[in-house]
Design a protein. Structure first.
Lengths: 320, 689, 222
């Protein structure tokens, strides 16, 4: 009995470490693939780890006008994102604490993190921070409802908002191909692109450009604070990839009380999925141009509409 | 667990409690009335403020505890207390059931906090003689509405509440715009009461019984019931602030002194919700399914429009008032869902939706009062409500800023605070709705869900703006630089509410269990008991479907943040150097370059404003060499005011002009007019069957 | 939920994909991208038709699919592409209403078609009913695209997406005579040629393909 609990706790703890350790790798991989697609050499895949360590060792330069919100926000942003990422099934189902939060809560946790990030952007009182915050909340005000409605669609298909239950239902093959799922997938990908500030919504690699969003908010951060915020951003990308993978590609997920071998298979499958998703993301980003900021609402509005359409179809056709 | 742990009172003492309960609350109301008189007497006296507010706070606290006991111990409906007041052959009836008890908790909790805040903040009041007499009267009115068990008493109390609050709105009648606010409020309050009079008239029917007990058993026909629903929506909805009846609310709520604003926004709108629930869920009998479509549509539209209006404001208190409109929309959406499920005999789902809505009533009272206190503290400290002239207050008012931040998180429906829980419950209820048989509802409910999600996301945007522009950054005017921290009573009121917001957020199971006896008689079912569930999770339907544990989420975040902070400080660097802001190398920009409330809302205004507000931006850029400043103007139009209210007021004006000649008749003609109408009425009476 | 039937599911998915592509048409406001999306639309249609041919065992549908691929995926978009290039038409399509409200209206139309079809054909098989609903949605969305665009080329494309919707409906309903399809295909080709010539003429004469500009001249005939 206690052994079981210990094993389960170890798996949950392992999940927390796995997401934390893999997140910079995913970003480094995406950067590398992008560079190679552009026929550049690109930084090594492990560069994000080095960046984080370097930032952690540096001193923090705080603006004179920064308040305690500015200093507390990185820790809260990181904590909320990490908790959310740790509750998404990555290599196995039925994590010990997966029942403490469903998909709506995960969306809410990301909302909390964004709330503090936007406040931090406003805290120093510079115009760049303000521009980033105001655009971030505009993007979020459309992306978040789209995400919630995708959750509705999934919940109607699986009869649950618990992510591990949804993944279990999807893996069992009882669902089949549904148009709603297609719509939800498209909407979720658009939301993921927008929320992670990827091209065509925002460019994660740019500075000193009036169209930047995320980078503008964190412009005043330095040292360990910046490291935590960067890590939170890596985690968020990993989280969205994990959600998409565990709902739309649930193959290889280990069952709740699986043997270590199954866990190993699950982990291998997970890393494989991350690699595929990272490659596709890099391919997508290199083949498309960044949008004007005021075209983003239309893009996200389309996601909202598609998600709503998917839910509508579910509502209509579910009862047979 | 908790309920079993209490000493279960024997049947006899329970019966005694049931008899004593209404008398106890009436004594409280009488106490408030005495305080009103005292307030009148002591208005100009220095001791008036502590006496009135202190006694109000104590009285409210006692009443709140008693009501909470009534609810948690599940005392059950009290005996009806009849006093020989009011209409001679009816008397005044008072009764407390679980629904009243729940709203008595909300009313008196809000009243207690507001009194505590008034105790401190009231010292900045310039005209205490215009506030102190009416304040306890207002509290008495709100309590009485919830206690009343017959139509006459209900309407009387409703009017008492309206008029007392109207007097409080006009406390600062010399400030610009306040007289207009009072005028519009009086008009809308009169309209609302008229609608309620008609609703009760229809409910009373031919039998002419004004007691709620009799109304409950008589079932009106479908047509009459529909009309009563419409009238209740107009009457209670106008007081609660349903779009398009909300116009008075953002004018009147900010005009009153801050703690009264908190009461009006946090509590009085809830009394209006009580009126709606009492009439539609309790007195009106079984609902038709199409009622829920009306309520859902109004709720969804109200939620989205309320928050969009709020985003366009730069007056802090008006922004909060518009948010009240949004939250009322969320509550009504929950009530509409409950109606839909009730009409289709799905009691468990109906109980979930109703519990979500009632939980949101409590939550909104908590965080809206908190936010109004915060804005009141800012107003007292700086003399400014305009966010464009504030900024950087977190340095001078750290505790107020902390409280306002907590309230902002709660109202933005972010976990692990309380606003999230009630919205989560409503979302769970929405996910049960594919089982509804009607096509209209099937298509409508997901759209309402989308609107609620949209309004939640926009609310977060709005409170980033409200908190960020007011408290963060650098001060935009001298007033912001002179601010001082609020006094200790105000801070106590705010921090107590912060505590309650957190508690309701991380331990929602207890609130849900307390609301179970409320839902049972209204929709014929209640949510599964939450108290025994492992780790204090909440499970609205069944475990495999969904569960949420606010406590664990809170702990996880706290532990993760603490761990990361400790690890970073222990093994990495802890060095900090202060320097000027980097800002991409712009040297020493003045606070005038900061983002303002208007510029912060600009992206969202571009997205939604052209459709909803017909927003137009115009730039007046002088030619090179011209020394006059460039101007940027935004024009927003309030379409609801233009399309609904202006035509009505024009029509009234036109009719008044036509009938103007009546003013100049001779005495003889007036007498003739009176005589003719009297005869006409008598003839009508004679002819009528 | 019943055990899924993969064959029908794929058919269903393709039909749903066509609705999605129609939304893309509605959303897209650049002409070249519009042409590509239309090619995708037609490609989805031909795959859907081919799939129906397979599961219905109706080989003549393969011909329909083939016609669709050759004509609507390759020739017509290619021809229009050349035309746009040679004409040097302004590459952003002017829309009459904003894209947001248009998408909302599109949602409403899809909901309408679903409710309508499910109500009218209560006795039929579920998936066939849904396919019919999707086909109706594609047609209505095409009409909406036509109404909301000012540019002649995008109107032509929208018109042909309506055509695609009709073909989807016909194949879903088991068996439209081949003759009809061929004639339909030819009529589209003829329409294309006619429209192409018209476009050149319009362009020569009025120096624009904006329909509003044409409206201004419509009074001249008398």
């Amino acid at each position: 009995m206690t052994w079981d609990v210990a094993v389960n706790l170890a798996i949950q703890g392992g999940q927390m470490l796995v997401v934390l350790l893999l997140a910079p790798l995913l970003t480094g991989f995406v950067r590398k693939v992008k560079a190679r697609l552009l026929r550049r050499q690109g930084p090594p895949v492990l560069q994000p780890y080095r960046d984080l360590l370097r930032l952690l060792r540096k001193e923090v330069v705080l603006a004179d006008s920064a308040s305690w919100v500015f200093r507390v926000a990185p820790y809260l942003i990181f904590a909320a994102t990490w908790v959310a990422a740790a509750l998404v099934p990555t290599f196995g189902l039925g994590l010990t604490f997966s029942w403490s939060a469903d998909l709506i809560v995960i969306a809410g946790l990301l909302g909390s993190a964004r709330f503090f990030l936007a406040l931090a952007g406003l805290d120093v009182g510079t115009s760049f921070g303000g521009i980033g915050s105001s655009r971030e909340v505009m993007i979020a005000s459309l992306a978040e409802p789209a995400l919630i409605i995708v959750v509705f669609t999934l919940a109607l298909i699986a009869g649950s908002t618990q992510l591990s239950t949804i993944a279990g239902v999807m893996e069992s093959g009882a669902v089949g191909l549904r148009v709603s799922l297609l719509l939800a997938l498209v909407a979720l990908i658009i939301v993921a692109i927008a929320e992670n500030g990827r091209i065509p919504v925002d460019n994660p690699a740019t500075h000193l450009e009036l169209t930047m969003v995320h980078e503008a908010m964190v412009l005043e951060y330095s040292g360990r604070h910046l490291a935590l915020i960067e890590l939170a951003a890596f985690l968020k990308l990993l989280l969205y990839v994990s959600v998409i993978a565990c709902v739309f590609a649930p193959w290889g997920l280990a069952r709740p009380d699986a043997a270590p071998a199954a866990l190993g298979i699950g982990l291998g499958a997970y890393v494989g999925k991350l690699a595929v998703a990272g490659f596709l993301l890099a391919l997508f980003e290199t083949s498309i141009a960044k949008m004007r900021v005021f075209r983003v609402p239309v893009f996200l509005g389309a996601a909202l509409m598609l998600a709503l359409l998917g839910t509508l179809l579910m509502f209509v056709t579910r009862v047979r | 667990m908790r309920r079993a742990g209490r000493t279960s009172p024997s049947a006899r003492s329970l019966a005694l409690v049931r008899v004593a309960m209404p008398a106890l609350f009436l004594a409280g109301v009488a106490g408030f009335l005495v305080l009103g008189i005292l307030g009148l007497a002591l208005a100009r006296h220095a001791g008036g403020r502590p006496v009135v507010y202190g006694a109000s706070a104590a009285l409210s606290a006692i009443l709140c505890l008693v009501a909470a006991y009534d609810l948690i111990a599940a005392v059950g409906p009290s005996h009806e207390l009849v006093l020989p007041l009011g209409l001679p052959w009816i008397g005044a009836h008072f009764r407390i059931d679980a629904l009243s008890a729940a709203f008595l908790v909300v009313v008196n909790l809000g009243a207690g906090a507001a009194s505590l805040f008034g105790l401190g903040d009231g010292r900045h009041e310039e005209a205490p003689e215009r506030v102190l007499p009416f304040y306890p009267l207002f509290l008495a009115g709100m309590n009485l509405v919830v206690l009343a068990a017959d139509a006459f008493t209900f309407l009387f109390a409703w009017e008492l509440m309206s008029l007392a609050s109207w007097a409080l709105v006009l406390a600062h009648h010399r400030a610009a715009g306040n007289v207009r606010a009072g005028y519009v409020y009086l008009m809308m309050a009169g309209f609302g009461t008229l609608m309620l009079v008609l609703a009760f008239g229809l409910l009373a029917g031919h039998a002419g019984t004004y007691e709620f007990g009799m109304m409950r058993v008589s079932a009106p026909g479908a047509l009459v019931a529909g009309a009563v629903l419409g009238l209740a929506l107009l009457g209670a909805g106008s007081k609660a602030g349903l779009v398009p009846l909300h116009v008075w609310l953002p004018l009147a709520h900010p005009a009153a002194p801050s703690h009264v604003s908190a009461l009006m926004s946090g509590v009085m709108t809830k009394v209006a919700v009580y009126g709606f629930v009492r009439i539609v869920f309790d007195l009106l009998g079984p609902p038709d399914w199409w009622w829920s479509m009306v309520v859902l549509a109004l709720g969804g539209i109200t939620a989205v429009l309320g928050v969009l209006y709020a985003l366009m404001q730069h007056d802090l208190k008006r922004l909060l008032a518009y948010h009240t409109v949004e939250n009322i929309g969320i509550i009504f959406a929950g009530l509409g869902l409950a109606l839909a499920f009730k009409a289709n005999a799905m009691p468990a789902a109906a109980a979930l939706a109703l519990t979500g809505a009632l939980f949101h009533v409590l939550n909104h009272m908590l965080f809206k009062s908190l936010l109004f206190f915060g804005s009141g503290a800012v107003l007292s400290a700086t003399g400014e409500r305009d966010m464009e002239r504030l900024g950087g207050l977190i340095g001078a008012m750290p505790l107020t800023a902390f409280a306002f931040l907590a309230g902002s998180l709660a109202i933005s429906a972010l976990p692990p605070l309380n606003g999230f829980v009630s919205e989560w419950l409503i979302f769970q209820a929405i996910l049960l709705s594919p089982a509804l048989p009607q096509w209209g509802l099937k298509l409508m409910v997901p759209a309402i869900g989308a609107m609620l999600a949209l309004s939640a996301a926009l609310a977060a945007a709005c409170f980033v703006k409200a908190f960020g522009v007011t408290f963060l950054g650098r001060g935009r005017s001298g007033a912001a630089g002179r601010a001082r921290e609020a006094d200790r009573f105000s801070l106590a009121a705010m921090l107590a509410l912060v505590g309650l917001c957190v508690l309701c957020g991380i331990l929602p199971g207890f609130v849900i269990d307390a609301l179970a006896p409320v839902a049972q008689p209204l929709v014929g079912g209640h949510m599964p008991a939450q108290a025994g569930i492992q780790w204090l999770s909440i499970v609205p339907v069944e475990e495999s479907r969904s569960s949420y544990n606010g406590l664990l989420v809170f702990l996880f975040i706290a532990v993760a943040a603490w761990l990361s902070a400790v690890a970073v400080h222990r093994w990495a660097s802890r060095a900090v150097r202060r320097g000027p802001a980097w800002d991409c190398g712009f040297p020493d920009a003045s606070p005038a370059t900061e983002y303002t409330a208007g510029s912060f809302a600009q992206p969202i205004r571009r997205v939604f404003g052209t459709l909803v507000f017909r927003a137009r931006e115009s730039v007046d850029m002088p030619a090179p060499g011209d020394m006059r400043p460039a101007r940027f103007e935004v024009q927003l139009r309030d379409l609801i005011w233009e399309l609904v209210y202006v035509p009505i007021s024009d029509a009234v004006g036109a009719i008044a002009t036509r009938l103007n000649f009546v003013q100049f008749l001779t005495i003889q003609r007036y007498l003739a007019l009176v005589f003719v109408s009297l005869v006409g009425l008598l003839v009508a009476l004679a002819v009528a069957p | 939920m019943a055990a899924p039937n993969l064959q029908l599911d794929i058919a269903h998915m393709l039909a749903g994909g066509l609705v999605l592509a129609s939304f893309l048409l509605l959303y897209q406001n650049r002409i070249f991208a519009l042409l590509k999306v239309f090619a995708l639309h037609s490609l989805l249609l031909s795959v859907a038709v081919a799939w129906q041919a397979d599961i219905q065992g109706a080989p003549h549908l393969y011909i329909t699919a083939g016609i669709a691929v050759v004509l609507k995926v390759l020739i017509i978009p290619g021809a229009l592409y050349q035309m746009v290039k040679r004409l040097g038409i302004h590459r952003e399509v002017e829309t009459v209403v904003g894209i947001g409200p248009t998408m909302l209206a599109g949602m409403g139309l899809v909901a309408l078609s679903i409710v309508l079809m499910l109500r009218v054909t209560e006795t039929a098989d579920t998936l066939a009913r849904e396919d019919l609903a999707f086909a109706l949605a594609v047609i209505l969305l095409g009409l909406l695209t036509m109404v909301t665009r000012r540019n002649a080329i995008s109107q032509v494309i929208a018109f042909m997406s309506i055509e695609n919707g009709l073909i989807l409906a016909a194949t879903g309903a088991r068996g439209m005579p081949l003759v009809v399809e061929i004639s339909v295909a030819f009529s589209v080709l003829v329409a294309l040629i006619v429209i192409g010539i018209f476009l050149f003429r319009i362009r020569e004469r009025f120096d624009t393909v904006d329909m509003q500009a044409l409206d201004r001249f419509s009074g001249e005939r008398t």
